[in-house]
Write a protein that binds this ligand. Sequence first.
Ligand SMILES: C[S@@+](CC[C@H](N)C(=O)[O-])C[C@H]1O[C@@H](n2cnc3c(N)ncnc32)[C@H](O)[C@@H]1O
Length: 181
Amino acid sequence: MMFFFLALFIIILCIIALFSFPQFSPIPYFPSNMKDKEIILAGLNIKNDQTIFDLGAGDGVVIFEAAYEALKHRLNTRFVALEINPILITLMYIKWLLHPNRKNVKIVWGDMFKIKFKSQMSNVKRITFYLYISPWLIEKVITRIKKQIPHAQYVSYYYPIKSLKKKEVIREGVHTLYLYE
Ligand SMILES: C[S@@+](CC[C@H](N)C(=O)[O-])C[C@H]1O[C@@H](n2cnc3c(N)ncnc32)[C@H](O)[C@@H]1O
């Protein structure tokens, strides 16, 4: 019994550490507000032959809604949910198992500052990145993406991408959505 409580205590400590320490996750987990679902889905502009990445996908709230939308319109859109936190990855796998469009959704446990984006894609006509990440890290990840994929669309929730200011289109919801072609 004592061993059980000790194990439980250690597991809880590990979970708290994974969500609290910047060494494990420099960008804290906040899901996109689903009151903004419609503007987010419209902003992603889901099409055939498109790959949509959610960089730091959290529990997959955006990617799974977008995958429902693609299925509804019989689109072959591919979705890549990249996440660094193993607990959120586990949660996404459970959701993935139950999702009717799971064949088009890929869950990737990895670091957006290390991953090779091209190795995760199959539909390459149109590539879209959904971002809801700390403003001090947005430019760093955009620079990485641009080196690997020069022509991509970006949909940024809450935070503008200053280096793409000239191409900015704004959609207002509970929070602002910034679109860049
Ligand atoms: C603000 S949340 C956004 C979650 C989700 N995109 C959404 O909109 O609901 C940011 C997420 O990025 C993840 N994250 C932080 N650093 C990361 C990294 N280097 N690579 C991949 N994911 C990361 C965090 O664990 C967290 O789940």
